[in-house]
Structure formats: C-alpha cells, structure tokens
Design a protein around this ligand. Structure first.
Ligand SMILES: Nc1ncnc2c1ncn2[C@@H]1O[C@H](COP(=O)(O)OP(=O)(O)OP(=O)(O)O)[C@@H](O)[C@H]1O
Length: 239
C-alpha cells in the first residue's frame, strides 16, 4: 500500500524549475530508492516533498491526505520524517538529549539503541564528538523517535567509508520492519539497490526509469543509460 504518493510534481529553486512532472509511490515497510547523477534534482525533490522548496504543480499525498500545500512543520506532524544531507544533530547536546528533543509522544529511544548499540554506549557523549558514521546514525535515530510514517533520507553515504555505509544501509532495511515507508536518495546505486524494492532514476529533474530495483541491479547497461542517457562505453560496438 502506498503511504506517500506524488503525481505530476514540479519543484522550483528560485525561478528555475528543477524537478519536472515527477510521479512516485512509496510503500509502507519498504525502501523506495531515488537515484540519479550529481545535480539531477534528487535533493530538490526531497525538499519539495518536505515543504522546504516550492512545489508549483502536481499533488503530494501522505496516507491518502493531501499535504502539498501544508507548511513543513505540519507535514512533519502528519508523519513525514526528513534526514537531510547535512546530517543535522545538535553538536553540544549529548546523544540522548538529541534523541529526547526530537521525540514525539510515542517515540521509542530503546528502538534506536537496539538499532544502533554504538549510540547507547555513547549516550552521554556530546554529539559533536561522534564520528561521521555515528552522527548519521544519530540523525536517523532523531527521525525515528519522531514516529514517522514516511522517512525521506538524502545521501546518507556522503563522505563515509564503504563499511560504514553498508552498516547504515542494513539499519535502514531493518527500519522497514517498523512499517515505515522509506524514500532513500542515493548517488551511489549498488548498496541502495540491494535494500530497495522499487527504484526511480532522475535525469535533469525527470523520472527516466521506474521499476524494480532487482532489474537495475542486474543490468549495468540499463543503469548507466538511465543515469547518463547513453549506452555504456563499448556497448553496441561491433565485436
Ligand atoms: N538553491 C538553489 N538555487 C538555484 N538552483 C539550485 C539550488 N539548489 C540546487 N540548484 C540546482 O538544481 C539542480 C539540482 O540540484 P539538486 O541538489 O537537487 O541535485 P541532486 O541530484 O540532489 O545532486 P547532488 O547529488 O549533488 O546533491 C542543480 O542544477 C543545482 O545547481
């Protein structure tokens, strides 16, 4: 069942129409992946869904209700969590304080600590002293304790070692067990396609591929062509 549904969405940055006519569905208990090269419009799309960039046409529904005209804080209240690329944590607060200030009524700190035992071990440490990977765990944890129905996650792999990224990806997959619909934006496709069900590829702000992650994962040529609009080097040349 789709919890988040976009139809014909355009998103502007200032005067520029960056995202064009995007339709997309994200299901409860699944990871939906949004891929695309640098500058293809992924973050702008996420900002549009979260209410941080102007949606000039199209509709956005969360749990069947329209949210496209609500301010960002009301979208959050309706169940939309957003883990931005900037990995926002309060650096001078402890890990536990970071989680407490982000928590809404039912939000469960223990669920975060089960998912990330390394955060429990550092619960009294100032967040500014955590490693980059741990800060990303905390950013995910902060979104989780707000008890979202949909979680947008933008490029959590940015600047992190592959082994850390894999750890985070597995945690994200585990989060789907809580029934959350996850929309995962990534520039680096391989790991995201491993944990995702459905994928969308953006190029110049438009959806150029929509379909099963498995299909893209098994077909490098299709992935390359979706990203760049051309066949990979060597393909189509005479043997
Ligand atoms: N505040 C802004 N004002 C004007 N143009 C912007 C702004 N932010 C982004 N853009 C432009 O919008 C386009 C899409 O950027 P966006 O950050 O959404 O892409 P992205 O796919 O998330 O890329 P990246 O992987 O680099 O984050 C780019 O051409 C970018 O230059």
């Amino acid at each position: 069942m789709s919890v988040l549904s976009l139809a014909g969405v355009d998103v502007h940055r200032g005067e520029a129409r960056v995202v064009r006519d995007v339709s997309l569905e994200a299901e409860a208990g699944a990871v939906t992946v949004v891929l695309g090269s640098n500058g293809s419009g992924k973050s702008t799309l996420m900002d549009g869904v979260a209410g941080l960039a102007r949606v000039s046409s199209g509709t956005i529904h969360l749990g069947g209700g329209p949210i496209g005209r609500l301010p960002a804080y009301k979208r959050a209240r309706a169940g939309l969590g957003y883990v931005e690329q900037s990995r926002t944590v309060f650096r001078t607060l402890s890990v536990e304080q970071n989680l407490r200030v982000a928590r809404s009524g039912e939000g469960d700190l223990d669920a975060v600590y089960r998912l990330f035992p390394e955060l429990e071990r550092r619960r009294h440490l100032q967040a500014g002293h955590l490693s980059g990977g741990e800060q990303q765990m905390l950013a995910l944890g902060r979104a989780l304790v707000a008890d979202p129905r949909v979680m947008l996650i933008d490029e959590m792999s940015m600047g992190l070692a592959p082994v850390v990224v894999r750890r985070l990806m597995l945690a994200v997959r585990e989060m789907t067990g809580l029934g959350i619909a996850i929309l995962l934006v990534e520039q680096f496709a391989a790991l995201a396609l491993e944990i995702g069900t459905r994928a969308y590829v953006l190029r110049k702000g438009r959806v150029v591929y929509s379909g099963a992650c498995a299909r893209l994962k098994d077909d490098d040529g299709l992935l390359h062509e979706s990203y760049f609009g051309t066949a990979p080097p060597g393909e189509g040349e005479p043997a």
